[in-house]
Design a protein around this ligand. Structure first.
Ligand code: NDP
Length: 337
C-alpha cells in the first residue's frame, strides 16, 4: 500500500520534501466484528486547508496530521470491502480518506455515496464535492446575490473561484476575478465568462487595480486570499456590501499573519463580513448536487481540473497550490479504476 507521509511539521512554505512516499502491506479485508469500510482510492483532492493540518499547534483550528501516518484529505474511492450497513462493495464514494492506495476506515464519518457516475468521477473532488458546495453556499447562502450586483472574486481561477464566478454570472451579476498569471486571466475571461479579470501579481497598487476593474465598487467580495487583497477590497466596497470569508491562502504560510488596516470602511459602507466553513453545510450536499448536476450535464457550467498522475506526484501537487502552479482544481490520480 503506497502512502504519502508527512515527515515533520511545517513552518513557512511547505516543500515536497516535507512529505515522503513509503509502501506498507495491508490486508484487503475489513476485520470481522467491525463497522469498517475498505476503500481503493482513485482521485485525491489537493486543498489549501491541508496546510493548516501540517502545522503543530497547541490550539489547533484543524487537528494536526499524525507524523508517520498518511496525510488525510478528501478523495474519491471505490469500496472494495465493507461491514458497514450503508456501503457495499463496488460503491463509489467521496469523503475523508488517506493519501494512499487503500484506506481502511474503521468508522466512516464523512463519506458520501456518489449519486451519479455519468460525469467524470474526479468531479467529486471539486465541482460536485467539497469545493463545489463551498462555492455554492458561500455565494448563495452567505452573500444572497441580486441581479446587477458587482461581484469580485480573488484566487478566481481555482477550484472554488471558477465556480463562484459562473454561479454569480447565472445570478445576473457583473463578475470580476483576479488570478496570478496571464493564462489564468485568459481562462477567467474566455472560458468561465467573467466580465473582467486581472493578474494581481502585475499590479503594484491593488486599490488602483480594483478601481480600474470595478469602477462602480463591489457589492459582493468572495474572499479566498486575505491580507493586502482584503485591505484593498475594503476601500472599494459599496453600501450594504457583503464579504464571504471563505479562505485566506496568502496567510497560511506566515508565522505572523498580516494586519488588516481598512476595517473602518466596513462601518462607512455598512458591510457585512461573514466567514463560513463548508462542513457545516454538508447536510445540504445532495440538494446542492440536484441543483448543479443538470447544468454540468448540459454544459452550462465549465470546470477546469489540473491532473497530477500518480501518488508520487501528490506532494508536488499539494505544495504547488501555494505558488499558484495549479491551473484549475488540483487533483491527484491514484488509480482510474
Ligand atoms: P485553488 O484551486 O484556488 O488553489 C489555490 C490558489 O490560490 C493558487 O492556485 C493561487 O492562484 C492562489 N494563491 C496561492 N498563494 C497565494 C497568495 N499568497 N496570494 C494570492 N493568491 C494565492 O484553491 P481552492 O479553490 O481550493 O481554495 C480557495 C480558497 O478557499 C482557499 O483560501 C481555501 O482555503 C478556501 N476554502 C475554504 C473553504 C471553507 O469551508 N471556508 C472550503 C474550501 C476552500 P493564483 O495563481 O491566482 O495566485
Amino acid at each position: 500500500n503506497k502512502q504519502v507521509i508527512l515527515r515533520d511539521y511545517v513552518t513557512g512554505f511547505p516543500k515536497e520534501t516535507d512529505m515522503y512516499i513509503t509502501t506498507t502491506s495491508i490486508k484487503l479485508r475489513v476485520p470481522e466484528g467491525s463497522n469498517g469500510v475498505l476503500l481503493k482510492n482513485l482521485y485525491l483532492s489537493c486543498d489549501p486547508y491541508m496546510r493548516t493540518r501540517m502545522r503543530y499547534s497547541e490550539e489547533p483550528q484543524f487537528s494536526p496530521y499524525t507524523l508517520g501516518a498518511p496525510i488525510l484529505g478528501f478523495g474519491v474511492s471505490r469500496v472494495v470491502d465493507s461491514r458497514h450497513p450503508d456501503y457495499k462493495k463496488g460503491d463509489f464514494v467521496w469523503g475523508f480518506t488517506g493519501w494512499e492506495e487503500y484506506t481502511l476506515l474503521a468508522a466512516p464519518q464523512v463519506l458520501f455515496k456518489i449519486p451519479d457516475t455519468d460525469v467524470p468521477l474526479s468531479y467529486y473532488t471539486g465541482i460536485l464535492g467539497m469545493p463545489g458546495l463551498t462555492a455554492y453556499v458561500g455565494l448563495y447562502d452567505v452573500c444572497s446575490p441580486k441581479k446587477g450586483e458587482y461581484v469580485y472574486i480573488s484566487a478566481a481561477s481555482g477550484a472554488v473561484g471558477q465556480l463562484v464566478g459562473q454561479f454569480a454570472k447565472s445570478a445576473g451579476c457583473y463578475v470580476v476575478g483576479s488570478a496570478g498569471s496571464k493564462e489564468k486571466v485568459d481562462l477567467l475571461k474566455n472560458k468561465f465568462g467573467f466580465d473582467e479579470a486581472f493578474n494581481y501579481k502585475e499590479e503594484k497598487d491593488l486599490n488602483a487595480a480594483l478601481k480600474r476593474y470595478c469602477p462602480e465598487g463591489i457589492d459582493i467580495y468572495f474572499e479566498n486570499v486575505g491580507g493586502k487583497m482584503l485591505d484593498a477590497v475594503l476601500l472599494n466596497m459599496r453600501l450594504h456590501g457583503r464579504i464571504a470569508v471563505c479562505g485566506m491562502i496568502s496567510q497560511y504560510n506566515l508565522e505572523q499573519p498580516e494586519g488588516v488596516t481598512n476595517l473602518t470602511h466596513m462601518i462607512y459602507k455598512r458591510v457585512r463580513m461573514e466567514a463560513f466553513v463548508v462542513t457545516d453545510y454538508f447536510p445540504q450536499y445532495f440538494k446542492f448536487v440536484d441543483a448543479v448536476l443538470p447544468d454540468i450535464k448540459q454544459g452550462n457550467i465549465t470546470y477546469v481540473e489540473d491532473i497530477a498522475e500518480g501518488l508520487e506526484r501528490a506532494p508536488a501537487a499539494l505544495v504547488g497550490l501555494f505558488s499558484g502552479r495549479n491551473v484549475g482544481k488540483q487533483v491527484v490520480v491514484v488509480s482510474r479504476e
